[in-house]
Ligand binder design. Structure first.
Ligand SMILES: Nc1ncnc2c1ncn2[C@@H]1O[C@H](COP(=O)(O)OP(=O)(O)O)[C@@H](O)[C@H]1O
Ligand SMILES: [Mg+2]
Length: 377
């Protein structure tokens, strides 16, 4: 544990019935850090927050706060507050009293309550709303009240469980910026949960990628994006072409039928690996000039770039390029050494790869749900 570690989860295991929900979970969170737990639904994010909050006791393992073991400390004695997706405001109290609630429970002096509530409402841009009923507020405004209420208790750590999930996209983007600003202003630790990779990458100092109750990778957004450690992460974060490869020796990898120089080393000679190449890193050239070449099978305009699917010996690559290509044309692809990322084989190898189902997926997405489907799921 580093000196400035505020929360440390050590060797945590949690099961519900026969389901092992967190497995050998180890996580250190630094004071003042914006940490995001990112992963698909059911991977254990909420469970992790509930352990930090004290609402779940792990089967094995320890929870430390500022170096002190707090396994048995009840939730209300932890210097931690939680904000949920469902804001759980008190409908019979106005905005002011919702924010003041925790301070009234702790019998703080009236003058301090007024000062703090006023400051918190200013911070979340609800300065003139103190006397309003919470029922008269929009979803975004209610969420701001929930944030102000949590912060008014001056927690050392704020736990946020998909707090922006119920907001529409535009408002969600605004709130991302605002939350980040608030966190930097107050300098308190945020542990933020989302299943949205873009949200995680844009807000966090550190991203913890989870799947099936295990931490898959911990790193800065840049690390996670540029150096994914396995095929799950490469697939989950952004778009990725993932190919089977073989490391011939340090700095030389074979895939797509030829050898490429790369920047990776430390593998066994001829070790099978997964190779990830991001769509935006691939350069398009005339076929004879490419390292490999293929035929364009689809082109979609995305605003800033075109998303181009290219068939190279039956493997469908995705390329993002600002230059338009014609469906049916043959094009060449250039892959520079620093565009090639080598990952160890993992339980996820072979589960993700090319974009052969890509156009089908898009068609499915754009079709209305079958009748009755909604009710069954
Ligand atoms: N109280 C509970 N009882 C039984 N199963 C639970 C309980 N809470 C969570 N689970 C299960 O544990 C797994 C992880 O849940 P959760 O931590 O809520 O995931 P996430 O927040 O990442 O979606 C899921 O399979 C979920 O069904
Ligand atoms: Mg959850």
């Amino acid at each position: 544990m580093e000196n400035n570690t505020i929360i440390s989860l050590q060797n945590i295991d949690v099961s519900f019935g026969k389901e092992n929900v967190l497995k050998s979970f180890n996580l250190n969170i630094r004071d003042g850090e914006f940490v995001t737990l990112l992963g698909p639904s059911g991977c254990g994010k909420t469970t992790t927050l509930r352990i930090i909050g004290g609402f779940i006791t792990p089967d094995t393992g320890d929870v430390f706060f500022n170096g002190k073991k707090i396994n048995d400390l009840p939730p209300h004695k932890r210097e931690v507050n939680t904000i949920f997706q469902k804001y759980a405001l008190f409908p019979h109290l106005n905005v002011f009293e919702n924010v003041a609630f925790g301070m009234r429970v702790h019998k703080k002096p009236e003058a301090q309550i007024r000062e703090t509530v006023g400051r918190m409402l200013e911070m979340v841009n609800l300065g003139g709303f103190a006397r309003r009923s919470v029922n008269s507020l929009s979803g975004g405004q209610q969420q701001r009240v929930a944030i102000a209420r949590a912060l008014a208790n001056e927690p050392k750590v704020l736990l946020l469980d998909e707090p922006l999930g119920a907001l529409d996209l535009k408002l969600r983007k605004d709130m991302q910026t605002e939350l980040k600003k608030i966190q930097q202003q107050l300098g308190i630790t945020f542990v933020f949960v989302t299943h949205d990779q873009e949200e995680a990458l844009s807000m966090s100092d550190t991203v913890v990628v989870m799947d099936k109750g295990r931490i898959q990778q911990i790193g800065t957004p840049q690390d996670i994006y540029n150096e994914p450690q396995n095929a799950f992460i490469a697939d989950f974060i952004g778009e990725s072409n993932i190919l089977d490869g073989v490391m011939h020796r340090d700095f030389l990898v074979e895939f797509a039928g030829r050898k490429f120089d790369c920047l990776d080393k430390g593998f066994r000679p001829m070790e099978p690996v997964d190779v990830v190449i991001r769509p935006e890193d691939i350069e398009v050239v005339p076929p004879v000039e490419g390292h490999i070449s293929g035929v364009v099978t689809s082109v979609n305009f995305k605003g800033v770039h075109y998303e181009i699917i290219v068939d190279v010996q039956d493997f469908k690559w995705m390329i993002q390029s600002t230059e338009y290509q014609e469906v049916g044309d043959e094009i060449g692809l250039i892959l520079q050494p620093d565009d090639i990322h080598i990952m160890k084989k993992s339980e996820y190898s072979g589960m993700f790869g090319d974009y052969s189902t890509f156009s089908d997926e898009m068609e499915e997405d754009s079709q209305p749900a079958e009748e009755g489907e909604e009710a069954e799921s």
